[in-house]
Design a protein around this ligand. Structure first.
Ligand code: AMP
Ligand code: MG
Length: 409
């Protein structure tokens, strides 16, 4: 049987970055730049005022003070977005707003707080340094300099930088479209009242939510009953609408588990089926004419753990990310965990991780049955109990995957 490590390696070897496409800035946050960006322009494009005040010649000022203020004639008012019609000559000033281009002749700006307005004149009551409150053309960015390297994950600041130099579109790797196909005769919608023996489809929510949180675009495919025909039709639809397919349920060895058979019939190549892990042991992975297909088991936690541990890294690789995996830590275990029997499987147990000085301490977030979603709700990390271990005791060290950002809760 495939180990967790082998399964991940096989998946990542099959997942290739999507081709870049031109994308508007509003849609590019969090996406990965395909090429480096060089500035076509200089920022600020012109020398301008950093304050509301008066544009002056510094030579006129000294020694201005409250006791002996300097009096200047005010030639004009200059709001941001306007160009001065006058030159600032000796003995004159132009009233200027933040962002307005510095008028010819002026070299400094006196903030309005250091002045007294007197009709057409202004009294300067405090000196400023030469060049004070002036933002020089090009002091932020220079034409020809590299703004962002290839592979950069676009942030709000980087989108602002791009806009400031007139780049409204960038080549980025697109969000992966992930088809989520839940299967099962027993399932009804969240809004429906289940009949006898039925339960609500919660996995479509957890899995679509995860896909979205991973930065991909979930494409929910209408849920299908456990029939070969329905599964066949839904898979064809999923392939047409998405870059990656994740089926849910129907992947084990039950009489109504058709996903595997239908994929084989359609000519998909099985890369592996079954992983030495719990939950999520029946996980399978296929390549269907190049489309990666994950067959994820239906138990609620198994579905989420497989999305987290296997689908997420693949999606990130396809979106051009270089960091594919969550942060890892060697944590100190607190509590008691025992496998019911030695099974040679890695157990991914739901834990709550917290920092205690330099250490990360983890303890189980609740019962560990693969259908118990409430303990997933309370967890922020997965602890990996090694295949050859049978128990964890307080004080033991354990490897953890931190699946939530610390500031999230
Ligand atoms: P399966 O992998 O189809 O054999 O399903 C395993 C268990 O997970 C069964 O108890 C199913 O009822 C449950 N299950 C399957 N799909 C879902 C789903 N979409 N939402 C909630 N539970 C599910
Ligand atoms: Mg099922």
């Amino acid at each position: 049987m495939t180990t967790c490590r082998e399964a991940l390696d096989l998946i990542l070897a099959s997942a290739a970055p999507l081709s870049a496409r031109p994308t508007g800035l509003f849609d590019a946050l969090g996406l990965v730049l395909a090429d480096r960006v060089v500035s076509p322009e200089t920022v600020p494009p012109f020398t301008n005022s950093a304050m509301d005040g008066y544009a002056v010649r510094h030579d006129d000022l000294s020694p201005a003070s409250v006791a002996s203020p300097v009096l200047l004639d005010v030639l004009a008012d200059l709001p941001a977005g306007s160009i001065a019609a006058h030159e600032v000559r000796s003995g004159t000033a132009i009233r200027i707003m933040t962002g307005a281009p510095l008028p010819a002749g002026a070299d400094s700006v006196v903030p309005v707080e250091s002045t007294l307005s007197e009709g057409n004149r202004v009294r300067i009551t405090a000196p400023v340094k030469r060049g004070a409150n002036v933002r020089l053309a090009g002091e932020d960015l220079r034409e020809g300099e590299e703004l962002l390297p290839a592979g950069f994950v676009l942030t709000p600041a980087s989108l602002g930088i791009l806009a400031s130099v007139g780049i409204a579109e960038v080549a980025v790797r697109p969000r992966v479209r992930v088809a989520i196909l839940t299967t099962g005769d027993e399932l009804v919608d969240a809004s429906a009242k289940p009949g006898p023996g039925q339960i609500r489809d919660s996995n479509v929510q957890t899995m679509c939510g995860q896909a979205l949180a991973f930065g991909a675009t979930p494409v929910p495919i209408p849920r299908v009953p456990d029939t070969r025909e329905a599964v066949t039709a839904a898979l064809a639809r999923a392939r047409a609408e998405a870059d990656v397919i994740v089926t849910n349920g129907g992947i084990s060895v039950g009489d109504y588990d058709f996903v595997k058979a239908v994929l084989a019939e359609a000519g998909a190549r099985e890369v592996f089926w079954k992983v030495q892990q719990k939950p999520g042991g029946p996980l399978g992975f296929w390549l269907w004419d190049g489309t990666p297909v994950f067959g994820v088991p239906g138990n609620t936690v198994a579905a989420m753990v497989c999305m987290e541990e296997y689908v997420r890294p693949a999606l990130r690789k396809m979106m051009g990310r270089s960091k594919l995996l969550r942060p890892e830590a060697t944590a100190t275990f607190e509590g008691d965990f025992r496998k019911s029997a030695p099974d040679g499987k890695v157990h991914l147990i739901r834990v709550r991780a917290r920092r205690d000085g330099d250490r990360v301490v983890v303890s189980p977030s609740g019962p560990q049955g693969s259908g118990i979603l409430s303990s997933m709700l309370r967890s922020n990390a997965l602890a990996l109990v090694p295949a050859d271990a049978t128990e964890l005791k307080s004080g033991d060290e354990v490897l953890v995957h931190l699946i939530e950002e610390p500031e999230d809760r």
